[in-house]
Design a protein around this ligand. Structure first.
Ligand code: ASP
Ligand code: MG
Length: 395
């Protein structure tokens, strides 16, 4: 049995100004007035985390990881306190807690930590006093009491983990889009909003670059069966409910990754580079092998770090962008995608297959155009999928 408790998470744009924080407070009060307990997780005000990263980099281009966490955690602390003040001012008792105060314990991987345990006793104590509890997203403490952060976008993961350990009815992620779309709507104007999306597809979308939800958030919700909903904090609506275990056959998502790089390495050096990559904690990287060389596909900023130690093993490098088609059927349609792109004068440099998706490696300049071509030819013109959406609306 779930507990009559809702976890609401508000992202940076939702708490981007004092005015917006007041709107969030009103939204939180509406949830509280349904008679449920409410725990709120907040991100730093929009732009704040980037501002703090920039400050750190002005002091040291590769800042000390522990100190960077101390600095970045300050961003969420500002918004949680302001929201608590706003709620109290409106006559609703609220209390704000940092990750440490909320007893969120993580491992020691600074800047990219994983939550290992949450002791809910402090949160429960305030909930029992009928208070609205506001928790700083994106942060925790390790066993030694040092502040850690969960990686960019990590507030979603704080929210869903709290929803899991508190046995909440639902975890609501309020953001600046009103749900999960078939592609980034800023790039593809025809992107479709899904009323529901299954966990395998959502997980693959987050894994392949869709920014709407932090990947560990989706993994946790899936594993612990936390009902997860993505909604707009600016418009009313039901948003997108992430639910279901079965991946759909048709393509449901087109995920984009810009600022990626291919590093070409002699085959004899692959093992050494692999070890150095692990030592640097670069885990999101993929090998592409051909007859003569191996190429490592990774984010440009990770590549910059890796290059410092493998420079002498590098044969060539190339900036690229990735477009991933997500859906069980996508893999069988590789040659169709290639033809569609070739007709638009875009060449596919490589393909990478996964269980529910296929990724096309292309030139960076072509990404937006490629996204529109592939999306509009697979999602918009596919009668079956559009019909699916209508059925869900009518249902
Ligand atoms: N403030 C952090 C970031 O900008 C965490 C989050 O917003 O989820 O990445
Ligand atoms: Mg986010």
């Amino acid at each position: 049995m779930k507990r009559p408790l809702i976890v609401q998470k508000f992202g940076g744009t939702s708490v981007g100004s004092v005015e917006r924080i007041r709107n969030v407070a009103e939204q939180v009060i509406r949830a509280k007035q349904t008679g449920k307990q409410v725990v709120v997780v907040v991100s730093a005000m929009s732009g704040e985390t980037n501002r703090l990263v920039d400050l750190a980099k002005q002091v040291d281009s590769v800042p000390n990881a522990r100190e960077l966490d101390v600095l970045l955690a300050a961003g969420e602390q500002v918004s949680m306190a302001l929201l608590s003040m706003a709620l109290n001012k409106l006559g609703h008792a609220a209390v704000s807690l940092t990750g440490a105060q909320a007893q969120i314990t993580t491992n020691s991987r600074h800047n990219n930590a994983t939550i290992s345990h949450v002791d809910t006793s402090v949160i429960d104590q305030y909930l029992d006093q009928d208070k609205i509890v506001i928790v700083a997203g994106f942060q925790g403490v390790n066993e030694s009491g040092d502040i850690t952060t969960l990686g960019r976008g990590g507030s979603d993961t704080t929210a869903v983990t709290l929803a899991g350990v508190l046995n909440a009815e639902e975890c609501q992620i309020y953001t600046d889009v009103d749900g999960v779309y078939s592609c980034d709507p800023r790039v593809v104007t025809n992107a479709v909003k899904w009323p529901e999306i299954d966990f395998p597809t959502m997980h693959e979308m987050a894994r392949k670059g869709a920014k709407v939800l932090h990947l560990p958030c989706v993994s946790y919700a899936w594993q612990h069966q936390v009902p997860l909903r993505v909604l707009s904090s600016f418009e009313s609506g039901h948003g997108t409910l992430v639910v279901g275990e079965q991946a759909k056959a048709q393509v449901q998502g087109v995920a984009l990754r810009k600022q990626m790089r291919l590093l070409k390495i002699a085959k004899s050096h692959v093992d050494v580079v692999d070890k150095q990559k692990e030592m640097l904690g670069v885990d999101e990287a993929e090998w592409l092998h051909d007859e003569h060389f191996s190429q490592l596909l990774l984010k440009s900023d990770c590549s910059d770090r890796l290059k410092l130690v493998i420079e002498n093993k590098l044969v060539a490098e190339q900036d690229v962008a990735l477009i991933t088609m997500i859906g069980v059927e996508a893999i069988a349609q590789a040659s169709q995608y290639q033809q569609l792109l070739n007709h638009s004068d875009i060449s596919v440099l490589h393909f990478c297959e996964d269980k529910h998706s296929i990724t096309l490696v292309i030139e960076p300049e072509a990404i937006d155009k490629a996204a529109v071509v592939l999306h509009d030819n697979t999602i918009i013109t596919s009668g079956t999928v559009v019909e699916d959406v209508k059925q869900v609306h009518l249902g």
